[in-house]
Every structure is written in structure tokens, then in C-alpha cells.
Design a protein around this ligand. Sequence first.
Ligand SMILES: *Cc1c(COP(=O)(O)O)cnc(C)c1O
Length: 380
Amino acid sequence: MNMTDYKSLDAKYYMPAFSRTMMIRSGKGCTVWDADGREYLDCVAGIAVCSTGHCHDHVVEAICRQAKELIHCSNLYYVPGQAEFAERLATATRMAQVFFSNSGAEANDGALKLARLATKRKEAVAFTDGFHGRTIGSLAVTHKPAIREPFGPLEPKCSFVGYGDLDALRKAVTTDTAAVLLEPVQGEAGIIIPPEGFIEGVREICDEKDALLIADEVQTGMGRTGTWLTMHQTKVMPDIVSLAKGIASGFPMGAIAAREGLAFQKSEHGSTFAGGPLAMAAAMATMDVIEPILPDIAGKGKRFAELLAKWNPRVRGLMIGITVGEQECPKVQQLCADRGVLVNCAGHGNLRLVPPLIISDSEIDRAAGVVNEALTEVLG
Ligand SMILES: *Cc1c(COP(=O)(O)O)cnc(C)c1O
């Protein structure tokens, strides 16, 4: 089917919640091909999802091998690979126990449920421009009014304070606050890095008020910034961490990990699909691929930072954000695509690059070259 026919079929039968122009038909490593066979260097990577690149042999083999053995059995039974991956994830995150989900939003819903159980409190505090997902619960703690307000009233009741503003946070966290939700680097907002000492300050305020700290590492976690958790680069740990995006190379999966003493007991939480055999195989294979390259990720980020220095990029590992402007950013995105590099516009006209973690130096040089050209053309 040609693209014109495809687009009209989509327009007729698929709810028009997305705005999109091209189709990606196949991928290998950091390269994808569109419906016309055009090649692109992919610095979007399914929005920080395809951490091992596209169709990594080790991940594909793990999924195929498991698919021939058992695709699903339900959590009524012990699931092949689940305990092994739980051990590996708990160890890597330095947490006591984990629970699986199918997405980032669901992971955050689980984290909120766990925080309510543990504190016997109902409310939440989160940050302006923060993003935590689209389910009723995770949307309640997501700031952007345009995507949240049409769906109210939402639960939990949430107040929002400026990202980086500890004074405002101290006032907002009360004895009704079950948890504070924090992205250690804001992703959807456009790769916003918090001020020095901010995360430690958030931890201190949570401790003062006996509120839990939920680190939403759905985008920042699983090696994206050079450590399994971005929180590992701070002096403090969260009580609960949520993960998804890069955890299984694009196989749908999320997780929460929690410290000692915080766990769902019998019947308190559940999921039909979560923690299924295919997800476990994909996640295990993903960690196999990422583990040996984890020490290289900071250096790859530094290479991007140096090559793009002219534009004052915000760089933490392989999360790169550049302030471009609401009007200008889509133009830069299009120019880059025209020249064979995929990047995307996150919040507030911020250009975002979150390439596969396996990206090579020469690929970084090529991507940065094209981004430099496009920015020069648009911004002068
Ligand atoms: C993408 C994202 C989510 C939502 O994950 P889904 O899998 O789309 O539900 C939550 N939090 C953060 C920080 C994200 O970047």
C-alpha cells in the first residue's frame, strides 16, 4: 500500500490523537528506513525507548527463543525469567524488591498506590512541566494543563511547584502528602537539568514531612545518563523508582523498584500481562547489552556537548536538549529529517536528542553535524 492510501486508511479508522507525517518501516542499530526506503540516523529512538538500537540481534534472539517456548501464562503461576530479572533489576537499581507493569504510566500508578498504602495519606506533590503519564492517576500528577484539565477531577489531589524551587516545595509538602514525584532530569519538558543540590533538598523535605520520594526514571533510567539510575549520580536515593521506556528495548514493559519495607502484599496490586515471559526475556537481553557500555555513555554525551557547544546544550549522558523556540523547533526537526537525521521537539520548543545508547562516535559526529547545520540555517 502506498503512503497516500495508508494515510487515508489511518485517518478513517484510527483516532487522530497524534500528528505525524512519515512511516518508519524497519530499523537496525541506530538506522531506520522509511516507507520510501530513505535512510535516517535515529536520534529519537522511539523517545528514549530503543536503548540497544533497533532489532539488536541479542534482543531479537531472546524474544524469539522465548516466543517458541511460552508467550503467556498469567501471574497465577511462577513466570519463567521473572525472578531472575527481578533480582537483576533490584541489584542494578540498589533497591530491595520490584514489581512489573506494562508502561511508564502504569508504573507511576503503582508507585502512587504503594505510597498511599505505606503512608496512609492521599495527596501528591509534583513539579511544573513534569510528565508522568496519561492514565487517570499518572495524569493527575502531570503538570501540563492542556493535557490534564479536560479530564478532571483526577486523583490523587496534586499540587505543582516550580522545578528547582525548594522553598515552594517546603510549603507544598504537608502531613497529607503521600509522595513527591520527581524526574531527576525532566524529559518531556525538553531535557531540563535541576540546579545543584536540588534533588538532595527534595529528599530532605520528604524526610522532614515523612512523605515518600518517588523518582520517575521512566526516561532517565536504565543507563540513559550513564548509570542504571540517574539518582545514583546524587547523594540520595528515592523510596520508590519507576522505570519503563528503555527497559526492554521497545518491548512494552515498566517496573517499580522500592526500598526495604515498601512492598505490595497479597492482592494489593496485580496485572494480567505485566512481568510476562517475553517482557522478561527482552529486558534481560537489554541489560546484557547495556551493562558493558554503561561506562561509555557519559563520554558519548560529552562528545555531543562539545560538538553542539555553540547552542549551549543541556547534556546528561545521552539526553541532549537545546532551547530553540516554539516556532523554530519544528523547522529544525524537518531540516534534520531532510538530511537524514531524526530528532524531535519536546516541550517549550526544546530540541531533544535521545539516541540509542549503542551510538558510535562516527554516528554522533554525523548527527551533530546535521543538527549544527539545521540550527545555523534556522537560528542564524
Ligand atoms: C514517557 C514517560 C512516562 C509515561 O510512560 P508511558 O510508557 O508512555 O506510559 C512517564 N514518565 C516519564 C518521565 C516519561 O518520560
